[in-house]
Design a protein around this ligand. Sequence first.
Ligand code: SAM
Length: 228
Amino acid sequence: MNSESDLSEKIVEFFEYSFLVEEGIFEPRPETEILVEIALEYIGKLAKDKEKFVVVDACTGCGCIGISIARKVKEKSLGKILCVATDIDMKSLKLSRKNARDEKIFFLKTDLVSGIRYADMIVSNPPYVSLKVKDRINVNDPPRSLFGGEIGYEITEKLIQQSSQILRGEGILIFETGYDDLRFFGEQKILEQYKSSLFRSIIENGFRILDIVKDYSKIERILVLEKL
Ligand SMILES: C[S@@+](CC[C@H](N)C(=O)[O-])C[C@H]1O[C@@H](n2cnc3c(N)ncnc32)[C@H](O)[C@@H]1O
């Protein structure tokens, strides 16, 4: 639905809520709702015993992940969480702040989670598409929201490194990834390079894999890690 004041704005439904998006901002995808469901499941188990459970939504875009988590945690009384959302793009942060309405979320312009002192959970849908398939991608989202590097894992690797520094206790990192998409491009060699680099970095940074969750197209999409 477009408003008269800004024709580039529209409302999208995500999880159980509505979000404003506009040109130059990544439009939420249905598979990201799975990530929110997983995060809520872990929050339900882990936040109860904490005075304040800190959740960081890195690469927030229009804010859909962090805001959905904060709203649902409140609706279902899952615990007391403090939510921080980051992006490198000011326009995204301005819009996500608007989408949050009265939800108390701290929005921060920073590279992934840098500058944040600690967290109990980090959730993220970072840019993860390989630049090697750039010419075969036909979507309207801004390139900074899509491409994760030459192979695709590079921004995620940085997220894993930074997260390992700030996750406290047996903190949880949940993120979307894109190696399995390369199957559909017939790029098996890049897929293997992407997956092995990603998994090496998980181990090297002191994480263990709790789960690998497939999306609606049955491709490996979401990784759930625990900091050891
Ligand atoms: C795939 S979009 C995800 C948006 C939203 N979280 C969602 O799931 O719909 C990736 C977002 O990451 C942001 N971004 C890209 N590089 C970043 C970085 N180094 N640090 C923080 N945010 C970044 C982009 O501006 C974009 O908003």
